[in-house]
Design a protein around this ligand. Structure first.
Ligand code: EPU
Length: 440
């Protein structure tokens, strides 16, 4: 079923929006839940297709999962596991499911996990994950596109990551929870989602320190000593940054609730430099507004606490109509400017040279038909559509649905003109060619 967004741009967003749980934390907590026998319950779990895929991966191992949409909780009972395999058909749909490798090695001492392969935004290798697991004593064979990992006894080790990879840091944390002795991850990723995973594991009974710094130490605890827990995940900083961008892009004024402002320090600093207003009105609420044309800035995406690559496309939309010339350097992925061709079709003046994008601010963007090519590029086109003059339609919404829960509902709460429709069964007026902006 092919669904599209239809957006009427140019309406300043006003009101309040509440941020859900962090996708990139929840997915890892779900994998970590299999380290304990019994039922673990995670709260603040967004209703996303990525969460569904991770549920299927874990169910495929024999665990029982119940997602409560009303309560926004997921219960995972991993008392009995009957399989060590994560199939390609699931891992290829969502790379994050590769995180099950470290959890299975910990719990079962053996795992068969499909290699995820690259994806639209880049090659996204997993060599650090593999090298780290080998350092802990795991024998790894790559067979028919699967990583076959087996170990009789996990032993703590010092592991240095060439890049502070989020996934590799998490896989190593999971794999070393029961390893004999201490494991030290140097040049570890410092993202808030890493801290959330460490807090989750420590609440279960693990002994992890240093999460949130570049050196994480995991002191192995006794096997089978982890207990099931109840835990609430952190808010999604990227979802928050997306709605902040939408409010600023439309020259609106709104409140973002259930956000941890400290997780957005670098992003907020850049928005302030561009001329947006951001006010902390409560410990977990920000008021965001923008009246005047923004000024251009330059930035480089970097691992946390630097500028988040996942918000690069939103900032590009803001730069597309800012005064002056801005330069974005994407340092994490080889191909994360997928939004550029569509933004140019909307009237933006962007020149891309390898991992640099030079954005010359134009006065306004104009709505047209565009296509989401990946999650964040897709969301940025929706922000562009809200800012542009006229109607924008966006196809391939499945990308946006991976990481944004009820996107159109939240935008509508802010007064934005957006609707989702099924392309095979469009609203009657659209079929008749009578569907103009007044119908939104
Ligand atoms: N890398 C390697 N070898 C490895 C691991 C990573 O070369 O073994 C490279 C990657 O190719 C990439 C860079 O290191 O160029 C950073 O990758 P990292 O491992 O840090 O990213 P990830 O764990 O695959 C998570 C998020 C991404 C987010 C990045 C960076 C999840 C599920 N995904 O990916 O989120 O962009 O960290 O912050 O946590 C998104 O939500 O849209 C998204 C892509």
């Amino acid at each position: 079923m092919s669904e599209k967004f239809r957006i009427k741009g140019g309406v300043p967003l006003k009101g309040e929006v509440s941020i859900g749980g962090a996708k990139n934390a929840v997915l890892k907590l779900m994998a970590a839940a299999i380290l304990a026998k019994g039922e673990t319950k995670i709260y603040n779990v967004p209703d996303l297709t990525d969460v569904e895929i991770m549920s299927s991966v874990i169910e495929g191992l024999g665990a029982k999962i119940v997602y409560d949409k009303t309560e926004k909780s997921i219960s995972i009972d991993a008392t009995d596991l009957s399989s060590i395999t994560a199939k390609y058909e699931l891992v290829s749909k969502m790379r994050a499911s590769f995180i099950i490798l470290g959890a299975l090695v910990s719990r079962c001492k053996e795992a068969m996990v499909a290699l995820p392969g690259g994806c639209a935004i880049g090659e996204r290798r997993v060599d650090f994950h593999i090298k780290g697991l080998e350092a802990l004593g795991t024998k790894i064979k790559i067979e028919n596109g699967y990583v076959h990992a087996k170990v009789s006894k996990l032993t703590g080790a010092d592991v240095y990551l060439d890049i502070p990879s989020v996934g590799a840091t998490e896989n190593l944390m999971l794999a070393s929870v029961f390893a004999e002795g201490s494991t030290r991850i140097q040049n570890a990723a410092q993202e808030p989602e890493i801290i959330d995973l460490a807090n989750f594991l420590n609440t279960m009974g693990a002994d992890i320190s240093g999460a949130g710094t570049s050196e994480i130490v995991i002191n192995g605890v006794k096997e089978n000593s982890l207990r099931p827990i109840e835990y609430t995940t952190i808010p999604d900083r990227i979802e928050a940054g997306t709605y902040m961008s939408a409010i600023i892009a439309t020259k609106g004024k709104g409140i973002i609730r259930n956000v941890f402002p400290a997780h957005l320090t670098f992003f907020n600093d850049k928005l302030l430099k561009m001329g947006a207003n951001i006010k902390l009105i409560e410990p977990t609420a920000l008021e965001v507004s923008c009246k005047n044309r923004l000024s251009s800035i330059n930035f480089v995406t970097q691992p946390y606490p630097g500028f988040p690559t996942d918000l690069q496309s939103m900032a590009m939309v803001l730069l597309s109509t800012a005064e002056g010339v801005g330069v974005i350097t994407e340092s994490l992925y080889e191909n994360r400017f997928m939004q550029v061709p569509d933004l140019v079709r909307m009237g933006a003046d962007i020149h891309q040279d390898r991992n640099h994008a030079i954005i010359k601010g134009v006065k306004k963007l104009a709505g047209t038909d565009v296509s989401a090519s990946d999650l964040r590029a897709g969301a940025s086109l929706a922000v562009a559509g809200l800012m542009a003059e006229g109607i924008t339609t966006i196809e391939n919404l499945h990308h946006i649905d991976r990481g944004y829960e009820r996107f159109e509902e939240k935008i509508r709460l802010l007064g934005g003109k957006i609707e989702r429709y099924n392309d095979e069964n469009p609203p009657a007026k659209l079929k008749e060619g009578l569907y103009n902006e007044t119908h939104l």
